[in-house]
Design a protein around this ligand. Structure first.
Ligand code: AMP
Ligand code: ZN
Length: 114
């Protein structure tokens, strides 16, 4: 989608600190870090949010969580623990309407989710 900031990152139209990339996915550092490790893992396919995930995306989402695991290991938080969050829509606090998973860790995260 041409006016989507994450599609622009995928297309390298705007810069980002890419930490992982393959044919289906890209992961990069969040520009506004909320924890020592704060990565965003996103499918290259433009899907608005979790509600837009279809049955045909099952393999893609499974693959994405495998990459989340790998990045958690690479960034040294797999054992200490980390959090994966996807915000959906207005009440969910979603700002960028391109499906993304926050990987947060590297410190004791707060318990407040709501
Ligand atoms: P959400 O509220 O779940 O939609 O989160 C969107 C996230 O994207 C926020 O944490 C932003 O800091 C992050 N973000 C927005 N623009 C960029 C960018 N150009 N590069 C990296 N992260 C970004
Ligand atoms: Zn997009």
């Amino acid at each position: 989608m041409s006016d989507c900031i994450f599609c622009k990152i995928i297309n390298k139209d705007i810069p980002s600190e890419v930490v992982y990339e393959d044919r289906e996915l890209i992961a990069f550092k969040d520009i506004s870090r909320l924890a020592p490790v704060h990565l965003l893992v996103i499918p290259k396919k433009h899907i608005k949010d979790l509600n837009g995930v279809a049955a045909e995306d099952e393999g893609l989402i499974g693959h994405l969580f495998g990459v989340v695991q790998k990045l958690a290991t690479d960034y040294g938080v797999a054992e200490s623990g980390y959090r994966v969050i996807t915000n959906i829509g207005s009440d969910g606090g979603q700002v960028v309407p391109h499906l993304h998973f926050h990987l947060l860790g590297g410190q004791k995260l707060g318990s407040k989710l709501g």
